[in-house]
Design a binder for this molecule. Structure first.
Ligand code: IPD
Length: 295
């Protein structure tokens, strides 16, 4: 790791994401022959596949010794190793993309020893970029500004207010694409419990439709907590670095798991601020059941 120039990797990731962004914004979203994966709500478009191909080719050319894990080329059984690994979702928020909802991002991370180390989350529609290198802070860059230079802001955007009690929190949730069996029931019951007057009665529940953008919204301080099970390393790796550098923390979506791997598929992400541990415990106290995914 000592001989990897992380700043160079970070800058290259941004360069290629910016270049390919136009391919996404100018596309007519078409599921074509690809259509859907495991069920009718797990969508994939020709653009997802084309963008992954372009980005993986560029990454392989520049960093031939690094491993690669991408949403569209992943095969069941592929495992994340300790090797430096690019972890890519070419379009996180594919359902939004198909519906022409602009909450869409290229989510590109580098994990070393399985630890998220560099991350960029780039929304080509709004031309906003979240980026971070471990131990070097997290930033939000707006490329579309009236100023001649892009506007680069340090995250979180405002001094963090206390997190507790959970009832004062704005929480990101997602249904994801698993719509049956135990894990769907755990989500449904917990969403109700979080909202109910005799439960958490939290300020609100929101779904951006992109795990990466949910993580970054928590990093920015625009949401307080994000809870999901079923998504994958490529959905969270890049946002994880951004969140960690903004003072946030990721633990297991199942109660009691203080450590979770980037490929653990169950995530509870909490922004920085006083009461972080307390809000995690409070959230876990409202989880109705246990997820099986990732177990
Ligand atoms: C999905 C999004 C969504 C999350 C799903 C992911 P995709 O990724 O991140 O927010 O709920 O679990 O699969 O399919 O749009 O790349």
């Amino acid at each position: 790791m000592a001989d990897i120039n992380l700043q160079e990797v970070h800058d290259f990731m941004i360069e290629i994401a910016r270049k390919v962004g136009e391919r996404i914004t100018s596309a007519t979203p078409s599921t074509g022959a690809a259509g859907s994966k495991k069920n009718s709500v797990d969508l994939v478009t020709e653009t997802d596949q084309a963008v992954e191909k372009i980005l993986s080719t560029s990454l392989h050319e520049k960093y031939p010794t690094f491993s690669f894990m991408g949403e569209e080329t992943y095969k069941p059984g592929d495992k994340l190793t300790d090797a430096p690994t690019f972890i890519l979702d070419p379009i996180d928020g594919t359902t939004n993309f198909v519906h022409r909802n602009p909450y869409v991002a290229i989510s590109l991370g580098l994990a070393i020893n399985k630890s998220p180390t560099v991350g960029i989350v780039y929304n080509p529609f709004t031309q906003t970029l979240y980026s971070a290198i471990k131990s070097h802070g997290a930033y939000l860059t707006h490329f579309l500004t009236p100023q001649p230079q892009p506007q680069k802001l340090k995250l979180p955007l405002h001094p963090p207010t206390p997190l507790t009690p959970l009832s004062t929190c704005l929480i990101a949730i997602e249904w994801g694409s698993d719509r049956s069996a135990n894990d769907f029931a755990v989500k449904s019951r917990t969403f109700t419990k979080l909202a109910a007057a005799d439960g958490g009665m939290v300020h609100g529940l929101r779904s951006l439709g992109s795990a990466a953008l949910n993580m970054c919204a928590v990093a920015a301080g625009e949401m307080d907590v994000y809870w999901e099970a079923g998504c994958w390393a490529w959905d969270v790796c890049a946002g994880w670095v951004v969140l960690g550098e903004a003072g946030g923390r990721v633990v297991d979506a199942n109660p009691g798991g203080w450590e979770v791997g980037v490929d653990g598929r169950r995530y509870l992400a909490v922004r920085g601020g006083e009461g972080q541990e307390g809000v995690i415990r409070e959230f876990w106290g409202l989880v109705e059941g246990r997820f099986e995914v990732g177990g």
